[in-house]
Design a protein around this ligand. Sequence first.
Ligand code: SF4
Ligand code: SF4
Length: 303
Amino acid sequence: MITTTRRDFLRYCTLGALGVWLDPFRLGLLQEALANPAGPVVIWLKGSSCDGCSISLLNRISDSAPKTVTEVLTDSINLIYHGNVMSFAGEPAVAGMRQAYEKGNYILVVEGGIPTAFDGHACIAYSYKGVETTFQDAVKQYAARASHVVCAGTCASWGGIPAAGPNPTKVVGVKELTGITTVNIAGCPANPDWLLWPIVQLLTGGPIVLDSMGRPVDLYQNQGTIHDKCPRRTNGLPAATDFGQDGRCLRDLGCRGPTTFSKCENCWNGKAGSGHWCIGVNAPCQGCVEPTFPGTSPFYVAA
Ligand code: SF4
Ligand code: SF4
């Protein structure tokens, strides 16, 4: 049971942790508050990423419970390790994660792609007793004893932007690295509600049916394409020839809506139907939930 006072404190700590201004006393209190010991153990590893999927989740606001990620952290899961919102840092944090590894049966969340060039040394996950562990080795190790592996975002799923050409560090996604089936919550960033979806399904015993690319069909394939549902498809206006032309189809500006399966029109910025999704704010869909992203998008050209 979390009291209102403790919940408010945790909210304060969660925000503070992002700014790295918690003192040791508050870190200790956060350790006490930051978990439901009876909830499923979650280990969250981050590699070649911008932290955008973590920020997306931490910004979650909803009209229905859980209304914020704080409620998830305190009531639903036992978050052992996460680079932004864990109470310890350095070796004590790694030690907690190693203990969870010994027990196994945790949920591993991976955010970011995995560099495989240079024997993985382009990305170090952590250091423990003077020995560095590459992100590549950490993902292999912790995926092996996880009950489920969830990829938070397109980078962890298939490489995403870190794997865009020329990809000198040879970034790949988790399944390509490990061969293990992953639940791919694609998006750049992943939508916060979708990130919680597999956790809810696991807690409630709901099914997680995946498409051929490892995405839950309920979140992607079964939603149809962005183009199917786009209000600009049938309004009779000529196609846009430049940005800022309200209401016009964006296909000539590179819109990937026709080949993108997602429910974005109802999911972004906290409110269903707010209009604050990419096309709603005059931006062509970039197909960020697809394994082909970023591909040859005019917005992501290799230097
Ligand atoms: S803006 Fe994109 S998704 Fe909408 S109708 Fe045009 S091509 Fe289809
Ligand atoms: S509308 Fe397209 S680019 Fe925007 S979040 Fe959805 S899939 Fe990604």
